[in-house]
Design a protein around this ligand. Structure first.
Ligand code: NAD
Length: 350
């Protein structure tokens, strides 16, 4: 039974060994509570109860190159079938095109493997999070606590907004604008593909069919820059479920430079609200330009995971969002939205 041993390291598996998966492998040794024991990608999986060698993982093109790795077309399921009882917590760094891939993967994990413990994701899209919410009952029965939207945005930035909102008696808007700089898009293929689908003339089906060469050509035509507005980002549903404000008050956009590690613009979170005295004001939080996408996804994801492990030890299972473990604004709103998360709009806060 995982995660009940208070003095043992939390044994972590990473699903996906791309930019974020490998970034997470490098982050874990800096957090004393965790030990990386498994990693899986499209090529196979590696497991070592004594811990994986993080230096070697950061050099891999595919997991199958890791000494002793097992080749598999169903690496996630095979890993969790073979070693599910020896893993306490999972970080999911998988692509999510089509949008239902995450929910399907979780259903398969519940039905076909012995894993019980904490799962944390870095999902981006609203519909991806909405598809997970109805799985809460199955996850509860299985004994899994799933924290969704626990990367940077949604995640770090959303929960910063949830705390900032508490100063106001009415939240008028939440605006998240991210700057991301990466020197090579191929190190973060899924991230860039999922950003691209928000551009005019693109959608998930079209992006899924594009070859890497076509993506490269599209990036070249834009000088490597992706300017993103009105994104379908789950910060909206997560803030709505946390009772902070209705989803139509949340906007997410950003500027991504796919040729330069330097951020093209600083990342900001701006929460505007009405004060007790009747004034309208904004809190603005600026993320350090020195921090990378990996810093802002993987560090917070580990923080949410650790909180998840604490809750798990107290018997909490099912699906929660990152904002569910932050200060609350209006509990009743969350209950009405949660009763039918796919269809019900919550009332505007007044
Ligand atoms: P990537 O393309 O670099 O890597 C994806 C990895 O998943 C690869 O190792 C691939 O082999 C593996 N994979 C794909 N299908 C698989 C399968 N069926 N079984 C096992 N492994 C499989 O991706 P990335 O750029 O690291 O992004 C990962 C995810 O993180 C994306 O969904 C992206 O949108 C998300 N992301 C979230 C945030 C956030 O703040 N919430 C920020 C950036 C990225």
């Amino acid at each position: 039974m995982p995660t009940t041993q208070q003095n043992q390291p939390i044994r972590v598996a990473i699903l996906g060994a791309g930019g974020l998966g490998k970034g997470m492998a490098e982050f874990i040794p800096h957090r004393p509570d965790f030990q990386l024991v498994a990693i899986a990608d499209r090529s196979g999986f590696a497991f070592n109860a004594a811990g994986l060698d993080v230096q070697q993982i950061s050099q891999l093109t595919q997991v199958i190159e890791y000494p002793g790795a097992v080749a598999s077309d169903e690496a996630i399921l095979e890993l969790l079938q073979a070693e599910g009882e020896n893993i306490d917590a999972i970080f999911k760094a998988l692509p999510n095109i089509p949008v239902g891939f995450c929910a399907q993967t979780i259903e398969a994990i519940v039905e076909k493997t012995s894993f019980r413990g904490v799962i944390v994701d870095a999902l981006k899209r609203t519909r991806a999070v909405e598809q997970l919410l109805p799985l809460s009952g199955q996850l509860k029965e299985k004994g899994i606590l799933y924290i969704t939207g626990a990367g940077a945005t949604p995640g770090f930035l959303t929960t910063a907004a949830a705390v900032a909102a508490q100063s106001f008696i009415e939240v008028l808007s939440v605006n998240i604008y991210f700057g991301v700089g990466i020197s090579n898009w191929e190190a973060y293929k899924a991230t860039i593909r999922e950003d691209l689908l928000h551009l005019e003339g693109f959608n998930a089906e079209k992006v899924a069919k594009m070859t890497d060469a076509e993506i490269q050509a599209e990036l070249d035509a834009r000088d490597g820059l992706l300017e993103l507005t009105q994104m379908e980002h789950a910060d909206d549903v997560i803030l709505e479920l946390a009772g902070i404000c209705s989803r139509d008050r949340v906007t997410v956009g950003g500027l991504v430079d796919t040729r330069n590690a330097k951020k093209p613009v600083s990342t900001t979170v701006t929460v505007t609200g009405r004060t007790l005295g009747g004034a309208v004001g904004s809190h603005q939080f600026v993320v350090s330009d020195e921090t990378t996408m990996v810093d802002n996804v993987c560090g917070p994801a580990l923080g949410f995971m650790l909180r998840g492990v604490e809750l798990y030890r107290q018997g909490k299972y099912g699906v929660i969002t990152s904002a569910d473990i932050m200060p609350r604004y209006q509990i009743q709103v969350r209950q009405s939205a949660a009763s039918n998360p796919l269809t019900q709009k919550i009332p505007t806060l007044v």
